[in-house]
Design a binder for this molecule. Structure first.
Ligand SMILES: NC(=O)C1=CN([C@@H]2O[C@H](COP(=O)(O)OP(=O)(O)OC[C@H]3O[C@@H](n4cnc5c(N)ncnc54)[C@H](O)[C@@H]3O)[C@@H](O)[C@H]2O)C=CC1
Ligand SMILES: CC(=O)C(=O)O
Ligand SMILES: [Mg+2]
Length: 372
């Protein structure tokens, strides 16, 4: 199969979808891999490393897309990339469509087959291609939030660990999944006073057992959210309803109850964000103020630590990439009930129900598309 790896073009996105190690696996099976010149540079992989692994290097981005059957990316396609997609392409990348109607429409109009990393499942009920980047984003959320608490960043001037004689800062994490647990772990390590809110009692039980009371767990209700807004120095938004738009849990009215200079870190921004006042920001300008509250809403947080993130992401994606290359998308998805929910758009139709529901559109069952 002809496989293409473009250089990512989103603001400050330095990850790459395939490492030279992955190229070696693919070329060893007889596939042809073409990498855009400089695609791996930001993650520490020069063109020469890809060439040594058997890839060809392409300087002209249009030619790279034109000759490809399978396109491997990291971030959702940007408008100029959507314009390059055709019905002959299979695209494998993060999509987060429920947050972006124009992208969804663009992918439908392209006729391409679009498979999202973030809706592939596993036998344990997890999201194995989202989890490594959620781990990174969760760990980064607290360092980004702690920096945002500094006065020069518009923050309240609270140091999360406190000092002897001064109480630590309070961190509330809404959603105790992969992002939430990793954020809480970092906040705990810094010495903050940490609380996790979740709708899942089963998940709160796991966290309570794992952290033996060092992290407080609270069932997420409107009252609990009000309390969190009043008391917290930092709130991390980490909820997910797979494939769907995030619920708005902290409203604009609640900002008035927060301490001035407190910080909201909305990691769930890639699914539209879980705070009413969130809007996507970039690494170039990561924060903004609303009613005196600092908002950090970067939608590609792991891109900033591209070396670690690329290695973590590609470890998880490689088995799926190999299946797509060896079998073609239809058989690869038909053979694997956990890979199948990755299919979001095919031949102009939405094949993931929560995405269609977000826009009041119809969806088709992915099984019917792959003949499963
Ligand atoms: N901004 C960025 O750079 C990145 C963002 N993310 C995003 O972070 C979000 C979280 O991802 P994961 O932790 O992997 O998901 P997860 O599925 O592991 O955890 C989500 C948790 O939210 C809980 N939840 C759902 N609705 C809730 C509600 N109303 N109140 C309280 N808890 C609720 C669930 O019970 C679950 O425990 C996703 O939107 C994901 O796409 C992930 C990686 C990078
Ligand atoms: C999950 C995601 O959107 C990211 O890693 O950028
Ligand atoms: Mg996005």
């Amino acid at each position: 199969m002809k496989i293409a790896v473009p250089k990512e073009i989103k603001n400050h996105e330095y990850r790459v979808a395939l490492t030279p190690t992955g190229v070696r696996e693919l070329t060893g099976r007889g596939h042809h891999v073409c990498v855009e010149s400089g695609a791996g540079e930001g993650a520490g992989f020069p063109d020469s490393a890809y060439q040594s692994a058997g890839a060809t290097i392409e300087q002209v981005v249009e030619a790279l897309w034109q000759h490809a059957e399978l396109i491997l990316k990291v971030k959702e396609p940007q408008p100029e990339e959507v314009a390059r997609l055709t019905p002959e392409h299979t695209l494998f990348t993060y999509l987060h469509l429920a947050a972006e109607q124009s992208l969804t429409q663009g992918l439908m109009d392209s006729g391409a087959t679009c498979i999202a990393y973030e809706t592939i499942t596993d036998a344990k009920g997890g999201l194995p291609l989202l989890a490594p980047m959620s781990t990174v984003a969760g760990r980064m959320a607290v360092q980004a939030g702690a920096h945002s608490l500094e006065k020069a960043q518009g923050g309240s001037g609270v140091l999360l660990p406190g000092v002897p004689g001064v109480s630590p800062g309070k961190v509330t994490v809404i959603g105790g999944g992969v992002v939430g647990e990793n954020a809480a772990r970092m906040a705990l390590g810094l010495g903050a006073d940490v609380t996790i809110l979740d709708k899942s009692i089963a998940r709160l039980e796991v966290l309570d057992d794992r952290y033996q009371g060092r992290i407080k767990t609270v069932y997420s209700t409107a009252d609990a959210l009000d309390h969190a807004a009043r008391e917290s120095d930092m709130i991390v938004g980490a909820v997910l309803i797979p494939g769907a738009a995030a619920p708005k849990l902290i409203t604009r009215a609640m900002l008035a109850d927060m301490k001035p200079g407190s910080v909201l870190v909305d990691v769930a921004i890639d699914q539209g964000g879980c705070f009413e006042t969130s809007k996507p920001t970039t690494h170039a300008e990561p924060t903004y103020l609303v009613d005196g509250i600092v908002h950090y809403c970067v939608a590609n947080m792991p891109g900033a630590v591209a070396r670690t993130s690329t290695l973590g992401l590609t470890n998880a994606t490689l088995p799926f990439v190999l299946a797509l290359a060896d079998k073609g998308w239809q058989k690869a998805l038909a053979d694997d009930a956990h890979f199948l929910p990755g299919l979001n758009v095919h031949n102009g139709q939405i094949t993931y129900r929560a995405v269609a529901e977000a826009f009041g559109l119809a969806s088709v069952d992915p099984s019917s598309v792959v003949g499963r």
